[in-house]
Every structure is written in C-alpha cells, then in structure tokens.
Design a binder for this molecule. Structure first.
Ligand code: MIC
Ligand code: MG
Length: 297
C-alpha cells in the first residue's frame, strides 16, 4: 500500500544476485506505475522503463528529447510502487560523460536498481532504425567509466549498450563489449542483434551478464525465453510490448464507441473495476481509515 514493500538497496542487491544466477530474468516495459504493479502481480522478475515508451507517452519521437529530470521523475514514480527492481533506459546519458555521471546519481536517488547507457551520438534514435550513428570507441568508454565512477551505491547496476553492430559490424560490437566490461559495466546490452547466433558470439566474448532486447517490428528475431537462456542471455526486455498492446486496444475501443454509439460490446475486454481496485490494494487503505473501503464491487 502507498509504496513498494522493498527498499532500493534490497532491490539492487537482489537484482545483482539474480543477474548472476544463470536464470533468465524477464523485464516487461511499464508504461506507467500502474502497469508496473501489474508486471509484479504477474510474477515477472523486474520492470523496464523504456525511453521509447516514455517519449511516446509524452507524444514525442524517441530522439533524445526527453530530459533527465523527466526520466528520473518517471523512474521514481515506477520504482516506488513495486518491490521489483526497475531498470531504466538512460539513452546516451543526456550529454557529455559528466552528464552521464549526474544521470547515475539522479537515478540512484530515484530508487531504481540500474540503468543502461548507449554509445549512440546525439540526437539518438531507436536502435532498430536505419541511419543511426555511434560515437568513437574512446568516447563511448569514457561515458561508461564516468557512470561507473559516479555511483555511490556499488550495487546499482550499470549496463553498457552498444549500437555498433549496425554501424561498424559485429567485430566492432564485440570489441566495444569487451572494453565496456573492462571499464566496469555490470551488464552488456548488445543492440539490434539479428538472432541467437549473435548472442552466442557475445557470450563467448565477455564474462558479464547479457541483456536481449525483444522489441517488436525491429531488426531482431523474437526469440523465446528458452532459446535466449540457452544462448547465454541473462535478461530479456520487452520494452514497448505493453504500450503497443494497450494502444491497439484503445484504438479498437475508440472505433467501437464511435461506430456503435456505446461501449457495451467492449465490456468483456476491459479490466473490471474490481480487478483495478484489487491491483491498487484499495481495501488495505482501510488500515488508515475504515471509511475508505465500505463498498462491494
Ligand atoms: C529499448 C529501447 O531503447 C527503448 O527505448 O525501449 C528501444 C526500443 C524500441 O524503440 O523498439 C530501442 O532503441 O531498441
Ligand atoms: Mg531507448
């Protein structure tokens, strides 16, 4: 009730341990705090806060327009309602390496378990689009080092994302992966991998845990959990899945209301008021005030 049961320190150490357990962790992307609560209820291992989702939520394309304050604000809103660890997309760190360092501290203060930092240039774009570009290797490593050095809680997870495969090829992605691991990254996020074989190549190259991005309509084959686990992947994110599903449902709903003049035929497809209140722990608020939950639904 009101807030998550677990404090940030516990979520971070738990996430770190789970990352090294050899078990595949599944992190769907939450499009708001309420959907983060649903992710927890459905038994997932963590919550992902996607830059693509946050920017879309604000009616913006994912090209680095969101500010660190907006991202940290949403990160805090999400992490405080769930006992699960939250992993945040920190894009390019919002500027120079020093900005990346400040981003780490703001996200630590937001109570999340970790963040990822990518090697794209500014303005960035979705990693599954053509025409993206990356900064040179030295600048990319500097970014990661700045982030690692800025952390006050050693359990806060810093993931290094490389977008290099699409720009310079797999060999460069592997070199960067190794250099990021040497620079202290806790987790590797190789972006826009084609298939399981790509993940296997990285698995051979580095010892740190690996994250797979199973975003839809992009450049990656949508691999199932078993395949990812046997390719040596440790975490999978489904960053935009819930938003895409919700927006499609909203579109269908709006069309139906417009065409049929009522929402009656949609009732079966809706989350019932009862289930919403259950997810919100409505009844528990009675512990404060017995007049809060005096009805039946
Ligand atoms: C993972 C990602 O960075 C995100 O912001 O969720 C995006 C996802 C997407 O746009 O589909 C990405 O660049 O892959
Ligand atoms: Mg992103």
């Amino acid at each position: 009730m009101l807030h998550a049961a677990a404090p940030a320190a516990e979520k971070r150490t738990g996430f770190r341990e789970a990352l090294n357990s050899g078990r595949l962790l599944r992190l769907p992307g939450a499009f708001n705090p309420l959907s983060a609560k649903l992710i927890e209820r459905r038994g997932f291992d963590g919550v992902y806060l996607s830059g693509a989702v946050l920017s879309a939520d604000l009616g913006l394309p994912d090209i680095g327009l969101t500010t660190v304050t907006e991202v940290a604000g949403r990160a805090q809103q999400i992490s405080r309602v769930t006992a699960l660890p939250t992993l945040v997309d920190a894009d390019t760190g919002f500027g120079e390496p020093m900005n990346a360092a400040r981003t780490v501290q703001l996200l630590e203060d937001a109570g999340v378990a970790g963040m990822h930092l990518e090697d794209q240039v500014n303005p960035k774009r979705c990693g599954h689009l053509d025409g993206k570009d990356v900064v040179d290797r030295e600048t990319a490593v500097k970014r990661i080092k700045a982030a690692v050095g800025a952390r006050r809680d050693p359990s806060f997870v810093i993931a290094a994302r490389t977008d290099a495969k699409a720009v310079h090829g797999m060999d460069e992605a592997i070199i960067r992966a190794k250099e990021f691991a040497d620079a202290g990254a806790d987790l590797l996020f190789p972006e826009a991998m084609a298939d399981a074989a790509d993940f296997e190549k990285l698995r051979k190259a580095v010892d740190i845990p690996i994250l797979a991005n199973m975003t839809e309509f992009g450049k990656s084959e949508l691999l199932d959990a078993e395949t990812l686990e046997s390719a040596g992947v440790n975490v999978v994110i489904y960053p935009v899945t819930l938003l895409r599903l919700a927006m499609h449902a909203a579109e269908t709903g709006l069309r139906t209301i417009a065409e049929e003049g009522s929402q009656v035929s949609l009732l079966e497809q809706m989350q019932h008021r009862r289930d919403l209140y259950d997810l919100l722990d409505y009844s528990e608020y009675n512990a404060f005030d017995e007049n809060v939950f005096t009805f039946r639904v």
